[in-house]
Design a protein around this ligand. Sequence first.
Ligand SMILES: Nc1ncnc2c1ncn2[C@@H]1O[C@H](COP(=O)(O)OP(=O)(O)OP(=O)(O)O)[C@@H](O)[C@H]1O
Length: 247
Amino acid sequence: MTTEPNAGGTTGLIADHRAVLDGADATEALGGPAVELRGVTIQYERPGDEPLHIVDGYDLVLERGRMHCLAGRSGSGKTSILRVAAGLVPPASGHVLWEGMEITGLADDVITTRRRAHVGYLDQRGNLVPGLTALENVLLPAVPDKRTRELARPARDVLHRLGVGPRATHYPDRLSGGERQRVAFARALLLGPAVIMADEPTASLDRATADQLIALLRSLADDGIAVLVASHDEHLIAAADSRTTLS
Ligand SMILES: Nc1ncnc2c1ncn2[C@@H]1O[C@H](COP(=O)(O)OP(=O)(O)OP(=O)(O)O)[C@@H](O)[C@H]1O
C-alpha cells in the first residue's frame, strides 16, 4: 500500500455549498481535518484460515478542499476503508475522527446522528428511492429532524447547481445514470457536510458522463469540501490531489 500526492487540479464549478443552504444549518466547522484515520487496522475473520488483513496501522488526513482517492484492484479493500472512514463499521483498532471529533467507540445511534451532519456518503449504487421524485430523494436527510419544509428551497438550489434542477419532479427510472448520480450527490450535500465519501461513483457511467461527474467532484473539493473516493477509474485517480494505492 502506498499513499502519495497527485499533481494538478481544476477550477470549481459551484459556489460554496454552504451558501446553498441559505444559512439553514450549515454545520459549524469544529476544527481538525474533515476526516482523519489514525493507525487504522481493518481485518476480516475467516473460518479455518488466517484473518484477512486489509490495512494495518493506516493513517489518512484529509482536509477540506482536498480530494483523496483510494485506488487499487478489485477486492483490495477500497470499500472497506471507505466504510470505516464513514463510521459504518468500526476498525479492528485505531481511530476515526471527523473534524477533530473522535467517533470510534461511540454508540451506533450517536454516530448516525453525527454522520448526518458531517458526512455525505454515496454507496456504489447511489440508492435513490424509486417511489420518490428527485427532489423528495434529496430531502430524505431532512426527514428525521422534520425539516423537509424548511430545506425544500435549498434542496431545489442544490439540484439546480448540480445541473439537474429541471429533473426535480422526475422519478429515478426517468433519469439517466449520470442524472441519478447527481441527484444522489445533491442528497449527500443537503445538510452541508465537511466531507463527501463516494464508492466507485463512475463505475456505472459511460466515459463522457463519468468525466462530467469527475469534474463535479473536483469542483466540490475546490469549493472547500473534502472528497474521499474509492475507485479504479484512472481519470478519477488523476483528478484527485492524492491517492492511496492498495495492493
Ligand atoms: N464483511 C466482510 N467479511 C469478510 N470479508 C469481507 C467483508 N467485506 C469485504 N470482505 C473481503 O475483503 C476484501 C476487500 O473487499 P472490499 O469490498 O473492501 O474491496 P474493494 O477494493 O472495494 O473491491 P471492489 O473494487 O470490487 O469493490 C475482499 O476480499 C472481500 O471479499
